[in-house]
Design a binder for this molecule. Structure first.
Ligand code: ADE
Length: 228
């Protein structure tokens, strides 16, 4: 079975490449895809570039061109919930698009006709993450992740996202990957480690903690892969 492993930035997939063997790089759709092996799995690994459009393209390509049957996303996020600190891991139970807005037509934020406000993560992958966290003695928060084409560095925007979507963390790709996977019938899972708190200091914190937090997330994902 081919498993897709995806990040948005090079820093998010680099720590994963260290675990994988037999790497062959294939270019497609102006992006690089790393075909590799890990234990008995065929892996297709890529970073999409930042944002929902690139993430959707990459997720679709991994499924339609490379035949991925499950998709796991690893990366960093801004914290909303006050109990999430830099470096902490959060797994999405469900995700939404905080910047999807046709409220002018009376629809709720994050909703378009024939869609849904939230997209649900795969329950088996969620359970696996719980089991791995327990085995490793690691604290793994579960919660709602909000996605948008916006780096949030503003307390008011963060509070709005929290109140509207009950979100615990935010980032720029997860929900779009979820929408693609749901439409194409592929179980998916989004794991993030906190790089900042989406407040006035977010830009500085992000630059400082991107690499270490991305590594936390990648290492946990590699442990999960051992058990799939
Ligand atoms: N990813 C990590 N931190 C983020 C932030 N503050 N806003 C959007 N995406 C992020």
């Amino acid at each position: 079975m081919t498993i897709a492993i995806m990040g948005a930035m090079q820093e998010e997939i680099e720590p994963l490449l260290e675990f994988f063997t037999d790497v062959i790089i294939e270019e497609y759709g102006a992006n690089k895809y790393y075909k590799c092996r890990y234990n008995s799995h065929d892996i297709i690994l890529a970073y999409s570039k930042i944002g929902k459009v690139f993430a959707s393209l990459t997720a679709t390509t991994m499924i339609e061109k490379f035949g991925a049957k499950k998709l796991l996303f690893s990366g960093v996020a801004g914290a909303i919930s006050s109990d999430l600190k830099i470096g902490d891991l959060i797994v999405a139970t469900k995700l939404c698009q905080h910047d999807l807005d046709i409220t002018a037509f009376g629809h709720p934020s994050g909703y378009v006709p024939e869609g849904s406000i939230y997209v649900q993560s795969d329950s088996e992958l969620l359970k696996l993450s719980r089991d791995v966290a327990k085995e490793l003695g690691i604290s793994l928060k579960e919660g709602i992740i909000a996605t948008g084409d916006q780096f949030v560095a503003d307390r008011k925007r963060k509070e709005w996202i929290e109140s509207r979507f009950k979100a615990d963390a935010l980032e720029m790709e997860g929900a779009s990957v979820g929408v693609v996977c749901q439409a194409l019938g592929v179980p998916f899972f989004v794991l993030r480690a906190i790089s900042d708190s989406a407040d006035d200091d977010a830009g500085v914190d992000f630059d400082e903690f991107l690499k270490t937090s991305a590594k936390n997330s990648a290492e946990f994902l590699a442990k999960m892969l051992e058990k799939i």
